[in-house]
Ligand binder design. Structure first.
Ligand code: GTP
Length: 295
């Protein structure tokens, strides 16, 4: 077996910005409302997530209180900021201390640039559910512009707007995790081939514990560009509901007029969703046998 590929991921941002909440929802099967019970993280909480068999994420959730940051930046600087693959920095959009938020962000960016100049940076403008829907886009764009203007030219920085209360959390985290998965081009070319041969409208590959989207192939275009993260969110909620009634989630079949969607485990670490509107393919057994062939 190939040796594991380990990636260090720093999760940073001020206290209460929502770091542990998002980590718990994505990786520990929390529901959004469960996060209200979380207490502040003391120092750094380390977690080890095994992803797609061979990819190991070392997630460092760094408690956000100001004293901890002084410690990270002064006494633990090398330990924290060395060999970082990814920095995920979370801003609370409703924060009343924007000046301190930005100065801490600038300090963190400087430390990452010094110790891990090749790291990628994802900034999550979080708790967007608290902003009125009609101004969300404008508020995010303004925040993004201020963030990018503070950041260094040398690091690659990308911003997302997120909330634990909708699928935007999955969009951001799918994108982040996708950037860590090796061989996505090869995966996508296999999926494209499979999608064409089987006459599917679309085939989507998910990581099976988080339900984050790893790759997809689309033969018939669809107008909803956020459909994947919506599916991740729905299936995760469904799996958690199954667990509540002590049922084991193995898959899902949705049939509606001329459309069939089958979701089932593909390998130990992946699940696949097969979507078709071809009347000749409206048989679950046929689709399952196609999935078995692909497996
Ligand atoms: P520290 O551990 O002190 O660094 O804080 P943290 O960044 O880990 O914050 P935490 O995840 O503990 O969240 C603080 C509070 O924010 C909790 O009550 C969460 O329920 C709430 N919260 C997290 N994400 C969201 C969100 O997207 N929207 C809203 N409205 N509240 C959120």
């Amino acid at each position: 077996m190939a040796s594991p590929m380990t990636k260090k991921v720093l999760l940073m941002g001020r206290s209460g910005s929502g770091k542990t909440s998002m980590r718990s929802i994505i990786f520990a099967d929390y529901m959004a409302r469960d996060t209200m019970r979380l207490s502040p993280t003391i120092d750094v909480e380390y977690s080890h997530v095994r992803f797609l068999g061979n990819l190991h994420l070392h997630l460092w959730d760094c408690g956000g209180q100001d004293d901890f940051y002084r410690n990270y930046l002064e006494h633990m600087r090398d330990h924290i900021f060395r060999s970082v693959e990814l920095l995920i920095y979370v801003f609370d959009i409703e924060s009343e201390e924007q000046g301190s938020d930005f100065s801490q962000f600038a300090d963190v960016i400087e430390a990452v640039e010094q110790h891990s100049p090749d790291a990628r940076v994802y900034v999550l403008v979080h708790k967007m559910d608290l902003v009125k829907e009609d101004v969300r886009k404008a508020v995010f764009s303004e925040k993004e512009a201020s963030i990018l203007s503070q950041a260094s030219d040398h690091l690659r920085i990308q911003c997302f707007r997120t909330s634990i209360w909708d699928e935007t959390l999955y969009r951001a985290w799918s994108h982040i995790v996708y950037s860590l998965v090796p061989n996505t081009a090869l995966l996508e070319s296999h999926l494209n081939e499979y999608c064409t041969i089987c006459g599917a409208d679309e085939v989507v590959l998910f990581e099976s514990t988080t339900f984050l989207v790893i790759a997809h192939a689309t033969c018939i275009p669809h107008s909803d560009t956020h459909r994947f993260e919506k599916i991740s969110n729905i299936i995760k909620q469904f799996k958690l509901s199954c667990r509540k009634v002590q049922a084991h989630f193995e898959g899902m079949l949705v049939q509606h007029h001329q459309l069939i969607a089958l979701f089932e485990n593909l390998t130990r670490s992946t699940a696949i969703m097969f979507i078709s509107s071809d009347p000749d393919l409206m048989h679950t057994a046929l689709i399952s046998s196609n999935v078995a062939q692909f497996r």
